[in-house]
Design a binder for this molecule. Structure first.
Ligand code: UDP
Length: 384
């Protein structure tokens, strides 16, 4: 039986790679990787790290694309793919336009859909941003809802979703992370090599990347959410600038998302700051290396919130709400919004209070044990 594994953006590629490989091991299932290329460059970077060559590439990204245009293009192109290739099932991951639009195409063509990372909810139904609605609308279209945690399972039960469609499998991001962490430990890559590949100046590397507990520290920053476009990103950048003033011995390393609405304020406000290094998004391998070496992480990323507990890195989450409350409840992650005073106060706490830092960096990861993809493959083997 053929299973189409769909991915359109960087996090989808990272979280689907373990599923693709688990399906490859199956005797009865054959995966084909279908790239929509919603975000061309960042998807390719992530796919490349795992050595995956997508069997099908719809190449849909267009300059200045809008969500309605993209949605239409994905529905049409995935429908054509289904007509030609006739897959027995389709797997989607997460909450992007690729996920919802591919699920609609599969539903119309009566191809059963499996939703990997199902059941995440912020609870904010009035959010004008697409993610919550994308994942919520994908749920009833799915024949299999693979929930990462018990909390996400309960979210679906509350919505009246048929329990027979739901399994708690853990999050495949942990499978990818543990695989990568193992590989990095074996390879033992020198800091200067990573720095050179990522465009990090040698001076930054020698000053801030010494992995000392109280010297040579850096904070890793990432951010890309629509809800922070405009004032949110400006506030974040002003907080980062203020941090470098108050803590000249702490560096800031910021791989800036390629979206022009992120690039513009970040480069305008932080561009000339000597203690801030702005780089292009980096490959997954280098990103995990950098996260492992950082002191803590300041981010609005979903995947980073899930990965950080396994690397013992506290995360200040630059959002008002999160659909991933487990990391906050466990204590590794803390919601700080985009208010500069709050960000500064929370960063200070981590930089100055060693006991608090130790507590938050030694907690268990609530998102999985690295065996999620194998569970998903087994469920599909038994039920397709
Ligand atoms: N990541 C990466 N390179 C970077 C920044 C992040 O490979 O420069 C990885 C990170 O390890 C995580 C994923 O990308 O697995 C998160 O992607 P993103 O923040 O874009 O999306 P989200 O998780 O918020 O949906």
């Amino acid at each position: 039986k053929r299973v189409a594994v769909v991915a359109g953006t960087r996090p989808e590629a990272i979280k689907m790679a373990p599923v693709y490989f688990a399906l490859k091991k199956s005797k009865t299932l054959e995966p084909v990787f279908l790239s929509t290329a919603q975000h061309r460059q960042m998807l390719d970077q992530a796919v490349g790290v795992f050595g995956i060559q997508p069997e099908f590439d719809l190449d849909l990204m267009q300059h200045g694309q809008t969500l309605p245009e993209l949605t239409g293009r994905v529905i049409n192109a995935v429908t054509e793919f289904i007509e030609k290739e006739n897959p027995d099932a389709m797997l989607v991951q997460g909450d992007t336009t690729t996920v919802l639009a591919s699920s609609i195409a599969a539903f119309y063509a009566s191809v059963p859909v499996g939703h990997v990372e199902a059941g995440l909810r912020t609870g904010n139904m009035r959010s004008p941003f697409p993610e919550e609605m994308n994942r919520k609308l994908t749920t009833p279209l799915a024949r299999w809802n693979f929930c990462p945690t018990e909390t996400s399972r309960k979210n679906l039960l509350k919505e009246g979703i048929d329990p027979k469609t739901i399994s708690v499998t853990g999050n495949t991001v942990i499978d990818a992370l543990l695989w990568m962490r193992e590989r990095l430990r074996k390879d033992g890559i020198p800091a200067l090599e990573v720095a050179e590949r990522c465009g990090i100046p040698e001076t930054f590397c020698t000053k801030f990347m010494r992995s000392g507990k109280t010297n040579g520290r850096f904070i890793l920053v990432t951010g890309h959410r629509r809800e922070s476009f405009g004032h949110g990103f400006e506030n974040i950048c002003h907080s980062v600038a203020e941090l470098t003033k108050q803590y000249p011995d702490v560096g800031i390393l910021y791989p800036v998302h390629l979206n022009p609405r992120v690039q513009e304020p970040v480069r305008r406000i932080l561009g000339g700051n000597a203690n801030v290094t702005l780089i292009e998004p980096v490959g997954y391998r280098d990103f995990i290396w950098l996260m492992d070496r950082s002191f803590f992480v300041l981010s609005d990323s979903g995947g980073v919130q899930e990965e950080a507990p396994s690397l013992g890195k506290p995360v200040l989450v630059m959002r008002e709400t999160t659909e991933r409350p487990e990391g906050v409840e466990a204590g590794t992650c803390r919601l700080v919004g985009t208010d500069p005073d709050t960000i500064l106060a929370e960063a200070k706490l981590l930089l100055e209070n060693d006991a608090e830092y130790q507590r938050r960096s030694s907690l268990q990861n609530p998102y999985g044990d690295g065996k999620s993809a194998a569970q998903i493959a087994r469920i599909l083997e038994e039920t397709i």
